[in-house]
Design a protein around this ligand. Structure first.
Ligand code: PLP
Length: 468
C-alpha cells in the first residue's frame, strides 16, 4: 500500500482493469483505466494540479491569490481541492445544467460557485467564459486556469497518464481510446504513447456523433465533458489549443443512447460504475475491437465515475423524461404513452424567409393551426435537433402575413420523453391548459410535438362524464 505526503501527491497512478465480461467475445484484451480513483474523482485532477503548479512557478498565482476556472465541473473540482489544500480561494464558473453532484462537490471543498446559464456564443459578454474573464480582470491576484488553451493540461498527461499506460501494459498497448473535451487527455497521453512505441500505438478519439471534432454538426448532447459544441450563432468554431489533432488517428462517433447503454451494461456485467463520457469511450472501444485480433491490447480511459450521474444516466425517471430507454422500460406496464399522441412536426429555421418556410410547409399539407417546430440554424444536421436548438413553435396561420419567421415563434418550455406513460407524474403535472404544446424527445432529440389537449383528452372526457 502506497503512502503519500499529501492528497496532491496521491493524484495519478490509477490502475488498469481488464474487462472479462463486458468485452464478450471480442478477441483483443480490453483494459479500462478508472480515473475516478484520483482524489477529486476524475481524470481532471491531473491537469488541474499541473496547471496550478505551473502558475505558481511562473508567478501568475501567488500566496493569497484566487484560482478561477470556467468548467463543466471536473477541472473545477481538481482545482478546488488543490486550492483548499494550498490555501487559495477558488471561484468556479459553471452552468446549472452540470450534474448536481459536481456542484455540491465544488462547494464541499469551499469553492465559490458562480452559475451562468445565458445561451449565447462564447464571445458574448454574458457567456460563461466572458463572465469568468471579467471576474479575473476585476479581482486582484486572480488567476484563470484556461484549461482549453493551457499547455500544462496536455503536459500533465504526457508526464503521467501516458507513462502509466505504457508501464502497466509492459509496452503491449496497441490502441488507446479516450474522449476529447479540451483534448488534454488524448493529446498528452497519445503523444507519449506514439513516441515511446515508435508510432505503433493507434490513438482513437471517441466522440459524440454531433461533436464538431469528428465532423458532426456541433449540436448539444447530454453526455458531459466529451466532444465539442458549437453555439448556433457562433461566427467561428474555435478549437482548444490543448488539442493536438495530429495525435488522433481515427474518430468513432457515438450517440448518447449508445454511451448510456454501455455504462449501464458495464455496471451490471462487470460491477464497474463509470460516468457518461466513459460510455462514449467504451462504446467506441468495443466498435474498434471488433476489427482487431488476439494480439491487440486496447486501453480505454474512463474519465469519471457513475456515482456523479446516479440522478441522470442511471436513473430510470430521467431516462424516460428525455426519451432514452433503460432496462426498466422492458418491465413497465403497458398503457398509452406520450409517443402514441405525438405528431412528427415539420421543422423550419428561424432565419429562413417566411416565403421559403411556407413553400416547404405547403408540401406537408398542414392544417392552419398545426404546430411547426422552429430551430436555430444548424448546417448538416446529423440527428434530429437537441432541445437547445429549438427556438420554439409556430403555425402556418401565424406565418402567413408575418414579416419574419422569428416574430411568429412562441417558446415551448415543456419536454416529454416519447415513452412516458400518460400516468407519469411528468405528464400529469404538466399544466399546459388548452393550447399548450410540449416537445417530444426520442433518444434525447426533438422528433415532434404533443398538444396538452391530445394528452389530457381521455382524463378530461372522463371528468366531464362524471360531472354529467
Ligand atoms: C467527464 C469528463 N469526460 C471527459 C473529459 C475530457 O477530457 P479532456 O478535457 O482531457 O479532453 C472531461 C473534461 O472536462 C470530463 O469532465
Amino acid at each position: 500500500m502506497a503512502t503519500y505526503a499529501s492528497v496532491l501527491d496521491s493524484i495519478g497512478g490509477t490502475p488498469l482493469i481488464r474487462l472479462t465480461r463486458a468485452a464478450g467475445t471480442l478477441r483483443p484484451r480490453v483494459y479500462v483505466k478508472p480515473e475516478w480513483q484520483n482524489p477529486g474523482g476524475s481524470v481532471k485532477d491531473r491537469a488541474a494540479l499541473a496547471m496550478l503548479r505551473r502558475a505558481e512557478a511562473d508567478g501568475s498565482l501567488r500566496a493569497g491569490g484566487t484560482v478561477v476556472e470556467v468548467t463543466s465541473g471536473n477541472t473545477g473540482i481538481g482545482l478546488a481541492l488543490a486550492a483548499a489544500h494550498l490555501g487559495y480561494r477558488a471561484v468556479i464558473f459553471t452552468s446549472s445544467s452540470i450534474a448536481r453532484e459536481k456542484q455540491d462537490q465544488l462547494t464541499a471543498y469551499g469553492a465559490e460557485l458562480r452559475l451562468v446559464d445565458a445561451f449565447v456564443p462564447r464571445d458574448h459578454p454574458d457567456s460563461l467564459r466572458s463572465k469568468g474573464e471579467q471576474f479575473v480582470a476585476e479581482t486582484p491576484g486572480a488567476w484563470l486556469a484556461q484549461q482549453y488553451d493551457n499547455p500544462a493540461n496536455p503536459a500533465a498527461h504526457y508526464a503521467s497518464t501516458g507513462p502509466e499506460v505504457w508501464a502497466d501494459t509492459d509496452g503491449a498497448v496497441t490502441h488507446f481510446v479516450a474522449t476529447v473535451g479540451t483534448g488534454g487527455t488524448i493529446s498528452g497521453t497519445g503523444r507519449y504513447l506514439k513516441e515511446v512505441s515508435g508510432g505503433r500505438v493507434r490513438v482513437i478519439g471517441a466522440d459524440p456523433v454531433t461533436s464538431s471534432y469528428s465532423g458532426g454538426d456541433g449540436s448539444q448532447k447530454y453526455i458531459e465533458g466529451a466532444g465539442h459544441f458549437v453555439h448556433p450563432e457562433a461566427a467561428v468554431d474555435v478549437w482548444p489549443q490543448a488539442l493536438d489533432v495530429d495525435v488522433i488517428d481515427d474518430y468513432v462517433g457515438i450517440e448518447d443512447q449508445e454511451a448510456i447503454d454501455a455504462i449501464r451494461r458495464l455496471a451490471r456485467t462487470e460491477g464497474i460504475l463509470a460516468g457518461g463520457s466513459s460510455g462514449i469511450a467504451l462504446a467506441a472501444a468495443f466498435r474498434i475491437a471488433e476489427g482487431l485480433t488476439a494480439d491487440d491490447t486496447v486501453v480505454v480511459l474512463l474519465p469519471d465515475s457513475g456515482r456523479t450521474y446516479l440522478s441522470t444516466y442511471f436513473n430510470d425517471g430521467w431516462l424516460a423524461a428525455n426519451g432514452f430507454t433503460g432496462p426498466a422500460d422492458r418491465d413497465r406496464p403497458g398503457g398509452p404513452t406520450v409517443g402514441e399522441h405525438a405528431a412528427a412536426s415539420p421543422l423550419i429555421e428561424r432565419d429562413e424567409t417566411v416565403a421559403e418556410a411556407l413553400r416547404r410547409l405547403a408540401a406537408d399539407g398542414l392544417a392552419d393551426d398545426d404546430p411547426v417546430l422552429v430551430a436555430h440554424r444548424r448546417d448538416g444536421r446529423v440527428l434530429a435537433p437537441h432541445h437547445s436548438d429549438i427556438a420554439g413553435c409556430t403555425t402556418p396561420a401565424r406565418l402567413r402575413g408575418a414579416a419574419t419567421v422569428a416574430e411568429t415563434v412562441r417558446p415551448v418550455g415543456v419536454r416529454l420523453g416519447v415513452g412516458l406513460a400518460l400516468t407519469d407524474p411528468a405528464v400529469t403535472a404538466w399544466d399546459g391548459a388548452d393550447g399548450g404544446i410540449a416537445l417530444v424527445l426520442d433518444r434525447g432529440r426533438v422528433t415532434g410535438t404533443v398538444t396538452w389537449r391530445a394528452l389530457h383528452r381521455e382524463p378530461t372526457l372522463a371528468l366531464t362524464e362524471q360531472a354529467g
